[in-house]
Design a protein around this ligand. Structure first.
Ligand code: NAD
Length: 511
């Protein structure tokens, strides 16, 4: 670490300690009906930072009773929030965005400390979160609008109305940004919310709920209940007052939630796992492809649903391209997440570290090469959950390292013969979230984009989000789409209203 970066790390740690003090002292509570409250049972769980795995705060551990209080608060607040004009909801959402910008440094530092994500990415995530609120603020007044579908005899028109109180369940990777991606459209639509954040990253969820209320969100519109997925998450998905569940997390949890919500016929929206292919043809701009492939897997600790976790490389360029991948991978070193120079911080939790490192042994057993990483750093920046950026090379589609989601800074490189072979390998996984295609042949880009099993395809690009576009996966990667109007399809009911013009024949019965 150079002197400048060491000074910046120290400065960040100093600022962090000020923001952290109230969290350490008071712990984290639920926010129900506008009030910070402890669990009815009084129980808590400990929350640790992945930097050292030492607990730094107690978190209220919710259960059925707390979910019941929160769901009823959301139910009671629904009529008022639904009746609030879209233009007023827009102003409140803008005020929340302002609050997020005002607190961007606090959000970034706390998120980085709580999740192990490098501060350089968390600064951007805080700003992205404000942009999410602003985008959906702009959409709030028109969310109700539907279609005009007239016939000769009837004027049909559709309107959209908020579905009711919804449950939002979020994971631990970039938790603040992901929560805003769900909470902002739900509020814009006129829904009230019970949010259940991941138990491994509870800190910024509390901050977000607080900022929303400081910005003028009425009590009960956004409620927050902390706790363990198998306890409080289950209770939320079963609660009869909750009309829909927006869930981001693992595919297996998604299928459990579908079963849990079945008796109350919950509408579900799932954003789940991925094993996304980045397909590099020999005719591509290889320098840009290399930049994008490495960025998409090694940024955000590889704990990223749209990561380019498989790079499929055409055989003729495979030897050279995989050598360049190895050089890049070896150059990415772990660092303290609050050091502004760090690209790769510690993984979220010792259990996740165990999962990721188990693939290092598996790769060797399956016969892949490990030309970079595949170990934990010899001299870690702190006693946390660090792994070196890792490349598995010469893998094939049958290997588990090529089909299972590892969700860490681990890239699996697979050579392919031709377009058909690339497509076969790309689609030979249970997931279908994102795909990246690198080629200068436009026809091939179009053919591949049409055939590839994924909800989102980027051609000659890394993942660049445009907020009105649909975001979501196919196969085991999800159900439904977010973004722009697609979000309102989930958070709202479409109602058709048919007015007769008075000249159609009404069938007579009994006369
Ligand atoms: P997870 O499924 O373990 O947990 C996600 C959330 O669900 C947590 O809040 C957890 O407490 C809760 N939960 C767990 N069991 C539950 C149950 N039975 N009922 C209700 N809630 C329950 O996921 P994770 O490990 O926190 O996150 C990583 C996963 O998220 C990866 O698979 C990743 O690909 C996925 N993810 C997907 C997207 C996307 O947009 N597709 C985005 C980010 C993360």
């Amino acid at each position: 670490m150079n002197m400048e970066s060491s000074a910046l790390l120290k400065a960040n740690l100093k600022k962090l300690s000020d923001y952290l003090e109230p969290v350490r002292e008071n712990g984290l509570q639920h926010l129900i009906n506008g009030e910070m409250v402890a669990s009815a049972s009084g129980t808590t769980f400990e929350n640790a930072s992945p930097i050292d795995n030492i607990a730094f705060c107690d978190v209220s551990r919710g259960d059925n009773t707390d979910i019941d209080r929160a769901a009823n608060a959301a139910k009671n607040a629904f009529a008022g929030w639904r009746a609030t004009p879209g233009s007023e909801r827009r102003e409140i959402l803008h005020a929340i965005a302002d609050k997020i910008v005002e607190h961007a440094e606090e959000i970034a530092l706390l998120e980085s400390y709580d999740t192990g994500q490098a501060i350089r990415f968390m600064q951007k995530a805080a700003i992205r979160s404000a942009a999410n609120f602003r985008f959906f603020a702009g959409r709030a007044p028109d969310a109700v609008n539907g279609l005009s579908l007239p016939t000769d005899t009837h004027v049909n028109y559709t309107i959209r109305q908020p579905i009711g109180p919804v449950g939002i369940i979020t994971p631990w990777n970039t938790p603040f940004m992901l929560s805003t991606w769900k909470i902002a459209p739900a509020l814009a639509a006129g829904c009230t919310i019970v949010h259940k954040p991941a138990e491994w990253s509870p800190v910024t969820a509390t901050l977000l709920a607080r900022l929303c209320h400081e910005a003028g969100l009425p009590p009960g519109v956004l409620n927050l209940v902390h706790g363990i997925g198998e306890e409080v998450g289950v209770a939320l998905t079963r609660h009869p007052a909750i009309k829909a569940i927006a869930f981001v997390g693992e595919s297996a949890t998604g299928s459990a939630i579908m079963a849990q919500g079945a008796p109350t016929l919950k509408r579900v929206h799932f954003e789940l796992g991925g094993k996304n292919p980045c397909i590099v043809f020999a005719d591509a701009d290889l320098d840009r492809a290399l930049d994008a492939a490495t960025f998409m897997i090694f940024s955000l600790n590889g704990e990223r649903c749209t990561s380019s976790s498989r790079v499929l490389v055409e055989k003729s360029i495979y030897p050279e391209f995989s050598k360049r991948l190895a050089v890049r991978t070896k150059a990415i070193h772990c660092g303290h997440p609050l050091d502004p120079d760090t690209w790769l911080g510690p993984l979220i939790h010792p259990r996740h570290l165990e999962k990721v490192t188990s693939y290092f042994d598996l790769a060797r057993k399956e016969g892949a090469e490990v030309p970079a990483g595949g170990v934990q750093p010899e001299t870690p920046p702190s006693p946390g959950n660090y792994v070196e950026a890792t490349l598995f090379a010469n893998a094939n589609a049958k290997m588990r390292i090529a089909s299972e989601e590892i969700f860490g800074p681990v890239l699996t490189a697979i050579p392919f013969e031709d377009e058909d072979d690339a497509l076969r390998i790309a689609n030979d996984v249970p997931y279908g979230l994102a795909a990246y295609i690198w080629t200068s042949d436009v026809g091939r880009a179009l053919r591949m984009s049409a055939e590839i099993e994924a909800g989102m395809v980027w051609v000659n690009s890394e993942n660049v989000r445009h907020l009105p576009t649909p975001f979501g996966g196919t196969k085991q990667s999800g159900i439904g789409r977010d973004g722009g109007d697609y979000s309102f399809d989930f958070y709202m009911e479409t109602k058709n209203i048919a007015l007769a013009t008075g000249n159609h024949r009404i069938p007579k019965i009994g006369s």
